[in-house]
Ligand binder design. Structure first.
Ligand code: 6GU
Length: 233
């Protein structure tokens, strides 16, 4: 998988993706990442990429002509590869694990990171760019959202996670949050690990974990529990 980033801050990449699981996968060429500076496509001597909004109001809007030049440059470099283009914006469809699973089917992603108030709508419509948000809060720009999206994709690439089993029992796979985990020592701070986990009875352990998953989901994510219950109908 290849990630092409359109950004005003190309130096931010690969940044945190150079570490841990995604860093190892990058070293092993399981994916690649290339950041392009939108300013290089400005076409003006002062390298400006934005302008005031028609209709007035606060902030600046990124220009359609500049963004289109940047996008076409990246598209031409990746001709013939199964590509999706995504604009990271708080106004987009909310990202979840299901969307990540659809996104990893592409071989090439073009991720536009916005700054300022937004981008000219004509650019998004003309290029059929999908707008994606990572949640209901506002970041200063799309770059950190791009890191989130990319890391969620990377760990689904075959052979990236050491133990393939770690993908099976994950939170959100079937709408339930994960059960609590415990390790040694068996007694810490006078608090004992639940006996059942040390019983060696795998059936009882599975039942306990399922019960705890349901309990936790009900408490912190009642919205997910509803989805879970309707998926069992
Ligand atoms: Cl994708 N961008 C920005 N700027 N803020 C966000 C976001 C994206 N998703 C949630 N908040």
């Amino acid at each position: 998988m290849k990630f092409n980033i359109l950004t005003l801050f190309p130096d931010m990449f690969p940044g945190p993706l150079n570490h841990s699981i995604s860093g190892k996968a990058l070293d092993n060429k399981k994916y690649s990442i290339k950041a392009y500076d939108i300013r290089n496509f400005s076409g003006t001597s002062n390298k400006s990429v934005d302008d005031t909004p028609f209709g007035g109001g606060a902030g600046m809007v990124m220009r359609a002509d500049v963004l289109d030049k940047a996008l076409n440059f990246v598209k031409n470099k990746n001709e013939g590869i199964h590509t999706a283009s995504i604009y990271l914006t708080p106004s987009g469809e909310k990202l979840d694990q299901k969307m990540i699973k659809r996104i990893v089917k592409y071989d090439n992603l073009i991720l536009l990171c916005g700054r300022y108030e937004g981008v000219d709508q004509r650019f998004l419509d003309h290029n059929q760019i999908k707008e994606v948000s990572i949640g209901d809060y506002i970041l200063a720009g799309g770059e950190i959202a791009a890191f989130v999206l990319i890391e969620a994709c990377i760990r689904l690439i075959p052979d990236v996670l050491g133990n393939n089993k770690s993908l099976i029992n994950e939170s959100f796979e079937d709408y339930l949050l994960e059960h609590p985990h415990y390790t040694k020592p068996a007694i810490w701070n006078n608090i004992k690990v639940p006996d059942v986990l040390r019983s060696g009875n795998h059936k009882m352990i599975a039942e306990w974990r399922k019960k705890e998953s349901l309990k936790k989901t009900k408490k912190v994510r009642p919205d997910l529990l509803k989805l879970y219950n309707s998926s069992k109908d």
